[in-house]
Design a protein around this ligand. Structure first.
Ligand SMILES: Nc1ncnc2c1ncn2[C@@H]1O[C@H](COP(=O)(O)OP(=O)(O)OP(=O)(O)O)[C@@H](O)[C@H]1O
Ligand SMILES: [Mg+2]
Length: 276
């Protein structure tokens, strides 16, 4: 990816905060940890998503599964976090809540400062469309639509006119090095290419937050590394807050913050003094 920032026009109205972005230019974690710029201190950053004692229970028949049992978790603007934990521990459930794809059973969830409990389904969908990009493990692309049309879909929901949709979708695809695959359908693309289309779709609307549930889970080492590079650049160059779920220790170790989920609870969070 060659500098996605300048090549991808922003649809967001608010001014691009120069000072904020500069704090993310520091690529050396060590240096970052020892001599943080004032803006880079977690306390100085606004919360993009805030979950307070959130639970989620799934009921079917007489059975209830308490997938999340009281989780408090804040995603700060511009942060890069890896969520790890055993299968069935509640990682995807948490991601779906953070991504406004689902609502908590109890507790408070605020996205962009708004309590999701106060929003209608339509308002929640709109908030998701504006603030959040979601990358699913299984891509979830429309098989009969071109890469361009897949990527442009969130903009269609947002009411962006066709010519601008095409322009933004093409720019997003170029930013993930798929400028040569605009008219290909997912069935005509490799797994790594499909995952990059899914990332382009997640970032086309210039979200503040990108949530990715095992984005490298279906990819080989080389394609996985390319996807990770794209996510890291989005974070460091554009200040997008990235939260990803991974089973890969190496992928998790590259994140500034690691959160471990077990049995529906956060067992360890390096941002809360849980150790780096
Ligand atoms: N729709 C559902 N109905 C009932 N139970 C569910 C549902 N979705 C998830 N669960 C249960 O909730 C628990 C947490 O599931 P979740 O998908 O969040 O786990 P996970 O940590 O993402 O696991 P994995 O690493 O395997 O993806 C599991 O016990 C699962 O069986
Ligand atoms: Mg999962």
């Amino acid at each position: 990816m060659t500098g996605p920032g300048p090549s991808l026009p922003r649809t967001r109205e608010e001014p691009h905060d120069q000072t904020h972005d500069q704090t993310h230019d520091q690529t050396h974690d060590q240096e970052h940890a020892l001599t943080p710029a004032p803006e880079a201190r977690p306390a100085a950053r606004a919360a993009a998503i805030e979950a307070v004692e959130v639970t989620r229970s799934y009921r079917f028949g007489d059975t209830t599964v308490d997938a999340l049992r009281g989780v408090s978790f804040t995603v700060a603007e511009g942060e890069y976090t890896a969520i790890v934990g055993p299968s069935g521990s509640g990682k995807s459930t948490l991601m779906h809540l953070l991504g406004c794809l689902d609502r908590p059973t109890s507790g408070v969830l605020r996205v962009g400062g708004r309590d999701v409990a106060t929003l209608s389904d339509a308002e929640l969908a709109q908030l998701r469309n504006q603030e959040i990009g979601f990358v699913f493990q299984a891509f979830q692309l429309l098989p009969r639509s071109s890469a361009m049309d897949n990527v442009a879909l969130p903009l269609l929901y947002r009411g962006v006119k066709a010519p601008e949709r095409r322009e933004l979708a093409a720019a997003a695809l170029r930013s993930v090095n798929l400028g040569h695959r605009l008219t290909h359908r997912p069935t005509q693309m490799s797994g790594g290419e499909q995952q990059r289309v899914a990332i382009a779709r997640a970032l086309v609307g210039s979200p503040r937050i990108l949530l990715a549930d095992e984005p490298t889970g279906n990819l080989d080492t080389k394609n996985g590394a390319e996807v990770m590079r794209i996510l890291e650049e989005l974070n460091s160059e554009r200040g997008v807050a990235v939260v990803l779920v991974t089973h890969d220790d190496e992928v998790a170790a590259r994140a500034r913050r690691q959160v471990r989920v077990r049995d529906g609870l956060i067992e360890r969070d390096t941002a809360a003094g849980g150790g780096a």
